[in-house]
Write a protein that binds this ligand. Structure first.
Ligand code: ADP
Ligand code: ZN
Length: 658
């Protein structure tokens, strides 16, 4: 924090809370500045990536300023967990939402009025109710925090009409500082938030959107289920992860496939009934090492810190979506992977979705631009991270921790190959008046005399067999890249290929087409260790790793007993540090990051017992595998969960086309 005259005392108070309550030594990145601004009564608009540490930015001002911090959050189903996590730190927190019984609500209201709370979580719709506004008048509000502030944006898929009414905060309580926070990175959304929430005069804080501990990888899609299974088995067995699929059907199929093959997985999509959704979400949060397979309906506000991987089996619609979804990995700063498989079919499917989408031409054009940026990220031979950050207007050096940095793909001059594909499409159209999908075009190029080829006499075409220098998978790669580069178009129910304006340049004027060579086999790329960073804790000796597992087992049983997610007790990063440093007493334990006074008092003895038991004498703690917490019932009645973003089921394009 910049030490301006007059804020020194505030700064001391903020640091004191950081150390005592949260057990952290220092603020991270922009946190100190933001906390300083809000503590001294100013407004702030904060754009920080998931895992960047947004919560402290409003929690600490709530504790330092007189009064109660009021947090507006759309995530009703997660409020109980948020409150539990704060209570574990010794912070007095409560929530008001529609899932409570009237007398529970009255208790919280009375606590608020009496100033017996540090933080109060509210669903945005509460602020439309007069009685809530009157309640807030009766107590003292320290700060208003508007979490997930991008929900005010009518263009995003998280739009909540109730957010539009939040301008009442400023009108009714002009002297209470406001802080709005989001992980949405685009300039346009930031402007919209500032305008709609009346925060144009606020200080804006835009953090770096880089997530150095996430390794980005995009591989060619062959047998997606099997590829996913291999990825999980070899790199993250027994770890928590999220797998995103496009359709509800593929969600269910994939969850079943993983479970059948020994990876415990549950489905989540908007077509499941509310109770199943809430149960599966609660299991994911509470258990160690569960995989959730989901549509994009899952994820906002999931603050589980130890999600080790996010996998995409289908192409996201935009870079922004990809970034949000992958950002759910590794909030704890430990090495994590964003893994995706991608193939020709994805391009065809997405183009088809756009063709069939509702809305005018301008809207479709917008969707097309989003998709093009996503395809460019998939096809790049440059550093993925640099390209991702460039999309959000930030620059960076090649990262050394993405697949293209670790195994630089070659590019090759694919002009002749492109001409072969394009002339096959052209000849079919002009000589026969026909259009076909990529599968048939490939068969013609490699000269396959299959029944369909013979039936149409396509073996008589001049292009028949001109492409036997490449294998069919390679031709699919060529066609996919031509589609991604706009040198070929795809249409209709059967995914037929047609030429574009730009195709002409390749066919007639010899425009050069550079293509990416598909790696033969993608080596699992291990994350390099970031020097001197928090990631260092990930390197444990076998003995320390054993202790870490015993600590995890201890944590699982404590969490189960108390009915809270394991990470509410301690984060993995904290347990790893304990395993590495082996504190001998409470004082040494308190020096470990993430152990504040309350947690030390509450769990310190238990942790020290596990540490000193060491040397194989810890039978009472059970083997690591026995520590799995069982499914807990969701703490909040699921029916009132927010309605997730729209979700759909559609028929995948018929096989014929590709
Ligand atoms: P966000 O809400 O931005 O996604 P969180 O507030 O959940 O991020 O913080 C992400 C993780 O980083 C949490 O595990 C949190 O405890 C930890 N963290 C936040 N600030 C600090 C800090 N100053 N020092 C150490 N850890 C921190
Ligand atoms: Zn890179």
């Amino acid at each position: 924090m910049v030490d301006q005259p007059g804020v020194g005392a505030n700064s001391d108070a903020a640091h004191d809370v950081l150390r005592r309550v949260f057990g952290y030594d220092s603020f991270r990145g922009l946190q100190a500045d933001i906390v300083g601004q809000v503590v001294s009564g100013g407004d702030a608009l904060v754009l920080m990536p998931t895992g960047g540490g947004k919560s402290l930015c409003y929690q600490i001002p709530s504790l330092v300023r007189p009064g109660v911090g009021v947090v507006i959050s759309p995530l009703i189903a997660l409020m109980q967990d948020q409150v539990d996590a704060l209570n574990a730190l010794g912070v007095r927190a409560g929530f008001l939402n529609s899932t409570q019984y009237p007398d529970e609500r009255r208790t919280v209201e009375a606590q608020f009025v009496a100033g017996e709370l540090d933080l109060l979580y509210l669903a945005p719709e509460r602020l439309r109710i007069d009685s809530t506004l009157q309640l807030l008048d009766k107590g003292k509000v320290a700060v208003f925090a508007i979490d997930e502030a991008h929900c005010v944006s009518q263009w995003g898929h998280d739009f909540r009409p109730d957010y539009l009414a939040l301008s009442v905060l400023h009108e009714r309580w002009p002297d209470v500082p406001r802080i709005a926070l989001t992980a949405t990175a685009t300039e346009a959304t930031r402007k919209e938030i500032a305008e709609r929430l009346d925060l144009t005069g606020a200080e804006h804080y835009v953090a770096s959107f880089d997530r150095p501990n996430i390794q980005y990888r995009i591989e060619p899609k062959n047998k997606p289920d099997q590829q996913l299974l291999n990825f999980i088995r070899t790199e993250y067995p027994g770890e928590a992860g999220i797998v995103y699929c496009l359709t509800r059907n593929s969600v269910e199929r994939t969850a079943e496939f993983l479970s059948r093959n020994g990876v415990e997985a549950v489905p989540y999509h908007a077509g499941l009934d509310a109770r199943t959704r809430a149960t599966n979400q609660a299991r994911f949060l509470r258990e160690d090492g569960l995989v959730v397979v989901a549509t994009i309906a899952f994820g906002m506000g999931i603050d589980k810190p130890d999600v080790r991987f996010v996998a995409h089996l289908d192409l996201p619609k935009s870079v922004e979506g990809y970034y949000q979804e992958t950002g759910r990995a590794g909030r704890d700063g430990l090495p994590s992977t964003a893994w995706m498989v991608y193939g020709l079919n994805d391009v065809v499917q997405q183009r088809k979705l756009i063709d069939n989408s509702e809305g005018d031409a301008a809207h479709r054009r917008q969707l097309q631009l989003h998709l093009d940026a996503m395809l460019a990220l998939c096809e790049t031979v440059q550093c993925r991270r640099t390209q991702l950050l460039a999309y959000f207007g930030q620059s960076g050096e090649p990262c050394g921790n993405c697949d293209t940095c670790l195994n630089p793909p070659e590019s090759w001059d694919g002009t002749v190959a492109a001409q072969k594909v394009l002339s096959a499409v052209w000849r079919l159209k002009h000589e026969r008046g026909q259009s076909f999908g990529s599968l048939h075009i490939t068969d013609i190029l490699i000269g396959k005399s299959n029944p369909k080829v013979l039936q149409h006499n396509h073996n008589e075409l001049k292009v028949f067999g001109v492409g036997n220098d490449l294998r069919d998978t390679e031709w699919r790669g060529v066609i996919r890249q031509l589609l991604a580069q706009g040198l070929l178009a795809v249409h209709g129910e059967y995914g037929v290929l047609t030429l574009t304006e730009a195709s002409r340049e390749v066919l007639r004027s010899g425009r050069t087409v550079m293509l990416r060579r598909e790696p033969e086999r993608v080596k699992p790329a291990k994350a390099p260790r970031a020097k001197g960073s928090r990631l260092a804790a990930a390197d444990l000796s076998p003995a320390d790793a054993d202790l870490f597992e015993r600590l995890r087992a201890w944590r699982a049983s404590v969490a189960k007993e108390q009915g809270v997610p394991a990470y509410v007790v301690f984060h993995d990063a904290t347990l790893r540090e304990i395993a590495a440093r082996k504190p001998a007493d409470l004082a040494q334990l308190g020096a470990i990051s993430g152990i504040g006074e309350n947690k030390r008092a509450k769990y310190g003895e238990g942790v020290l017992e596990v540490v000193t038991a060491g040397g194989g004498g810890a039978a009472e703690n059970g083997p690591a595998s026995a520590g799995r917490a069982t499914a807990a019932q969701p703490a909040v009645a699921p029916a009132a969960d927010h309605e997730p973003p729209p979700d759909w089921d559609f028929e995948p394009p018929p096989d014929d086309g590709y």
